[in-house]
Design a protein around this ligand. Sequence first.
Ligand SMILES: Nc1nc2c(c(=O)[nH]1)N[C@H]1C(S)=C(S)[C@@H](COP(=O)(O)O)O[C@H]1N2
Ligand SMILES: [Mo]
Length: 196
Amino acid sequence: MKDVTDLYQSYSDDRLPPGQRETDRFPVLSKSGTPSWNPSEWAFEVWGAVEEQFSLSYDEFCELPSETQLQDFHCVTGWSKFDCQFTGVRFETITERAEVADDAVHVMFHALDGYTTDLTLEECMREEVLFVYEYDGEELPADHGGPLRVVTPHKYAYKGAKWVTGVEFLTEHELGYWERRGYSDTANPWNEERYS
Ligand SMILES: Nc1nc2c(c(=O)[nH]1)N[C@H]1C(S)=C(S)[C@@H](COP(=O)(O)O)O[C@H]1N2
Ligand SMILES: [Mo]
């Protein structure tokens, strides 16, 4: 398993970001409850500034090369959970298949509950950005974003869409759900970038 819990070292001497409290629990935070999904209709879609737009079923998604990482998780409301074991597919794997256009600069993630969040393409290419379908060796619980969610351990966790079904490559920056409502677009926990 790859341990990426040391990524804080490029931002700070402290693993726990300022103003955060460590918790052993894994709280659930959702804007509007847990959406249901139909495994026979569920599809993961990739579109926008790409040469090859494509769509995968859940089984097809799980056949992509995967890896397991040990990561920390920081929620902007003030809790952090250390040493989460996440299994999934690296963002970069998706870009290889999509043949991303040269002028793509941002990425919008779309989810079953209508949630969106935007990251720069460069930040998505970091090895820690995963599409996760297993947590601690078990199927990802629905409350935590199952069947598929994104994790972004270098950002506050609102940058990781639960119930993700789509990745849209953008040639211009756009704002996601929380970013339009006053939360930071850059969201670096060690700089305490909570609000915009
Ligand atoms: N689709 C979707 N993704 C989401 C959210 C949401 O409401 N909907 N909440 C975000 C927030 S604010 C946080 S802290 C994490 C919470 O993940 P958890 O419920 O697994 O702890 O998911 C993020 N991703
Ligand atoms: Mo959050």
